[in-house]
Design a binder for this molecule. Structure first.
Ligand SMILES: NC(=O)c1ccc[n+]([C@@H]2O[C@H](COP(=O)([O-])OP(=O)(O)OC[C@H]3O[C@@H](n4cnc5c(N)ncnc54)[C@H](OP(=O)(O)O)[C@@H]3O)[C@@H](O)[C@H]2O)c1
Length: 357
């Protein structure tokens, strides 16, 4: 049995459809709205039944996880989910995959023996997730002189994603305007790029430097001399909405930031009205002198970033079930196989293009 929590959401719908289509096993579809869960279950190409469950109800969550080989959580916001569902999955003897979590969930599970011989993969979406995984295709056996990461486009934020975007602040997430240089974070070295034309992006864009902790690990793991990582927007509406919220609620606590989610969603709706929906992940490498030949650019395009995250969740679930991921708590970018993931993405109808050249 595979338990999918949050399967009716923007990410979860695609995750559930792909997990069903991969033939990984019967599914238990969970959420607070049983009608929505049952409607989804009835459309899946695998045996599936719906269960009403609230992740904040420990008994209900334990019952949801009981009998599962793996529990997959596409629920949010991530600051509320954290390690809650993972702990319930481990208690039921199940492995675990989560769309969010990042270092906070990993930290919360480290050191108290709760993981045992189980496997958990967090942050198995597009960003974090693919954003830290696909650039590794450019660095196999040849540490680049410089790696650039440009990820973004135009997508309507769901309220949960808006809350998570607002909370993506502080040293456990990343550092604005910083680059990675010569083995360390170099603060304040980059500036936003306005109205730039970037390969794969259909319109001129605004690229805001944000050196995520994922990009820092990428730099360390690949031995890149320099890493520049940008969040890409089609207008300045979203960066301005986020900056205004952070200025008005500098304590960065969930309770004070959550009310600003509506402003962020509105900004994304206006972008969407002007530009439609598209999502681009562009990674470029500049080789070191004398490096062996190899690819220098990965370009992935899609229409719907949430659906693309759902595909990544399903691929992570398949990888864990196949035994490709060792026991322990991992972040998807660090543990999934970049080649196998790219090959599967290239076959997926939700990926409109993936070139490695
Ligand atoms: N890593 C990435 O690249 C990436 C990309 C996109 C999104 N995300 C993250 O993924 C999470 C989900 O985003 P989304 O846009 O898919 O949200 P969404 O469309 O609102 O879906 C949320 C899902 O979780 C369920 N849910 C919410 N609260 C729950 C609870 N207390 N107990 C059980 N189920 C609950 C909802 O169903 P019910 O309402 O019926 O309970 C729904 O199925 C967010 O944290 C977001 O930030 C990450």
């Amino acid at each position: 049995m595979i338990g999918i929590l949050g399967a009716t959401g923007a990410v979860g719908r695609t995750a559930a459809r792909r997990i069903a289509a991969y033939g990984l096993g019967p599914l238990r579809i969970g959420g607070r709205n049983l009608t929505k869960a049952a409607d989804l279950a009835s459309t899946l190409p695998a045996p599936a039944h719906a269960v009403r469950v609230d992740l904040n109800d420990p008994a209900g969550l334990a019952a949801f996880c009981a009998g599962c080989r793996i529990v997959v959580s596409c629920a949010g916001p991530t600051y509320q989910v954290l390690d809650t569902v993972a702990r319930a999955a481990f208690a039921a003897g199940a492995d675990y995959v989560d769309i969010g979590g990042e270092l906070a969930a990993k930290d919360a599970l480290t050191g108290d023996g709760v993981v045992g011989d189980r496997t958990a993969v967090f942050s198995a979406g597009v960003m974090p997730g693919l954003s830290g995984l696909l650039p590794r295709l450019l660095a196999k056996g040849r540490p680049p002189r410089r790696l650039d990461v440009y990820v973004g486009g135009a997508a309507v934020f769901t309220p949960l994603s808006a809350v998570d975007a607002l909370l993506t602040r502080g040293p456990r997430f990343g550092e604005p305007m910083a680059a990675w240089r010569d083995g360390r974070v170099a603060p304040g070295t980059l500036a936003p790029l306005h109205q730039v034309r970037l390969p794969g992006f259909p319109v001129p864009v605004h690229a805001w430097p944000y050196l995520t902790t994922e990009a820092q690990t990428l730099a360390t793991d690949t031995g890149a001399g320099e890493v520049r990582s940008y969040n890409v927007f089609v207008s300045n509406r979203l960066p301005e909405a986020l900056a205004a919220a952070w200025a008005e609620a500098p304590d960065a606590r969930p309770e004070t930031l959550a009310p600003y989610a509506e402003t962020v969603v509105r900004a994304s709706l206006r972008d969407n009205a002007d530009f439609g929906a598209f999502y681009v992940m562009l990674f470029t490498a500049r080789p070191r002198p004398g490096a062996p030949p190899g690819p220098t650019r990965v370009l992935l395009t899609a229409v719907d970033s949430y659906a693309l995250s759902g595909v990544v969740m399903a691929l992570a679930t398949r990888a864990v079930l196949s035994g490709a991921v060792p026991p322990g708590v991992h972040l998807a970018a660090e543990v999934l196989d970049p080649d196998a993931t790219a090959a599967a993405l290239r076959e997926d109808a939700l990926v409109t293009g993936l070139t490695i050249e």
